[in-house]
Design a protein around this ligand. Structure first.
Ligand code: AMP
Ligand code: MG
Length: 414
């Protein structure tokens, strides 16, 4: 083998942009119909439309009395109660009408009767028999959601390409759709490499370590809506990597971990070159994860996008989130999600070297008024225990070497 691979090192933003642009060229998997709860986490393959106006009738948002606002302009106002409407009571609503100095007792969720244009909350009224005293003014439209004001019949409520969450499921239920059309889950092959790496159900020798990356990646893939397929661990031998890589190319996306650094036995790029892979970048100016590789292999019928993620467990996790996630989103039929950055006050000083964009495991805590973020102590990008205590990454731009305690700093949320 020994094919020479040209190295292409990009800045963090350059690498991210390239992945996002590539993602836009991908076609999603085929759609299928699923029941509402089965579709959680999938991506909508159809537009969801309103089957009628929302709300379908002018709806009271309070328990109280439906009135004509003009009748209660100078409280206290004495009105006559001419009936009652509870939620779901279609008949009473159409039979009743509110004339001058009339009111109708009404419940939350009930249709506001003809003639009335507002609802006074029961707290501001006093009733004895049919006589109701109103102690407050209301403006026309107060405590009433008018018919069709949330959405009109046939209006698109949720567009194709939206990830299904609990709110989307609520909308589907509200428009009478027990099943919705969603894209199938893309299949993501996961290939760990390394002579020292043994699977979780084998006993590691004294200088061996267990394969944790295949499992963390599978979990990230699953959480992002993909279907992980874990391949056996490949030893650091070109033929063995090639054999397993060929299997991985049947998937919609291939994730390889380990074997992309500069070591003598880091053979992944060479093997990829022997498959005629196009490598779009072979490194990004980031820490952790600098040796990350992104490319694709074209076979007769298909292109398979692939990532070579560095083997250090934290590097693997970070580079999945930074680069593989948008490709997986696109294959799932979703708009590639932008990374979620926020700002928080730094609890203690940070000093680093310039040159790389750093994503350092951190803990966001503090109070509602004063969110604070702190770097976790870690032993470098192999430190699984540190990352398991983290809930975000502190992002350090390549041109800064010191952040003082109390400064605002950017964080990347999961
Ligand atoms: P590599 O990227 O192959 O140079 O590996 C970098 C570091 O990550 C080494 O310390 C490896 O032992 C470790 N490592 C590689 N693959 C895995 C894996 N699948 N699970 C856990 N650690 C790994
Ligand atoms: Mg290795």
């Amino acid at each position: 083998m020994g094919t020479a691979v040209e190295s292409k090192l990009l800045s963090f933003s350059g690498a991210r942009r390239l992945v996002e642009q590539y993602a836009l060229t991908l076609t999603p998997t085929h759609p299928e119909m699923l029941s509402l709860l089965e579709s959680l986490g999938r991506v909508l393959a159809e537009d969801l439309r309103a089957d009628r106006d929302f709300p379908p009738f002018p709806r009271s948002t309070r328990d109280g009395f439906a009135v004509r606002a003009m009748d209660v302009k100078s409280p206290p106002a004495q009105l006559r109660c001419v009936g009652e409407i509870k939620a779901g009571a279609a008949h009473e609503a159409s039979a009743l009408s509110v004339g001058r100095s009339d009111c109708v007792e009404i419940m939350t969720g009930a249709p506001v009767p003809r003639g009335a244009d507002a609802v006074v909350m029961v707290e501001f009224t006093e009733r004895s028999g049919d006589a109701v005293v109103i102690h407050r003014t209301v403006s026309a439209g107060e405590n009433v959601v008018s018919q069709g004001s949330e959405a009109r019949r046939d209006q698109v409520l949720v567009a194709r390409g939206t990830r299904v969450n609990h709110a989307l499921i609520a909308i589907a239920a509200a428009v009478g759709r027990p099943e919705i059309e969603v894209f199938r889950q893309p299949r993501v092959a996961i290939l760990a490499t390394g002579d020292e790496v043994v699977d979780v159900n084998l006993h590691p020798g004294p200088n061996e370590i267990r394969n944790s990356n295949s499992y963390s990646l599978a979990a990230q893939v699953q959480a992002a809506g993909g279907e992980p397929m874990i391949l056996p661990v490949a030893r650091d031998e070109a033929d063995e990597i090639a054999l397993l890589l060929r299997k991985g190319l049947d998937a919609d996306l291939l994730l390889i971990t380990g074997g992309v650094s500069m070591g003598k036995y880091d053979l992944v790029e060479q093997v990829l070159a022997s498959f005629g892979a196009s490598l779009f970048f072979t490194g990004a100016e980031i820490q952790p994860g600098r040796p990350v590789v992104f490319g694709e292999v074209k076979t007769d019928e298909r292109h398979t996008p692939l990532f070579g993620l560095p083997g250090n467990p934290v590097s693997t996790m970070v580079t999945f989130q930074l680069f593989a996630r948008p490709v997986l989103d696109a294959l799932s039929g979703a708009q590639p999600q932008a990374l979620t950055f926020a700002q928080a006050r730094l609890k203690s000083e940070i000093t680093t070297r310039t040159g790389l964009t750093r994503f350092l495991p951190a803990k966001l805590a503090g109070t509602q008024d004063q969110p604070e973020v702190e770097l976790l102590k870690w032993q470098g990008s192999g430190d699984l225990m540190a990352v398991s205590r983290a809930n975000c990454y502190i992002v350090i731009p390549p041109d800064r070497e010191r952040f003082a305690a109390g400064e605002a700093i950017t964080i990347l949320l999961p």
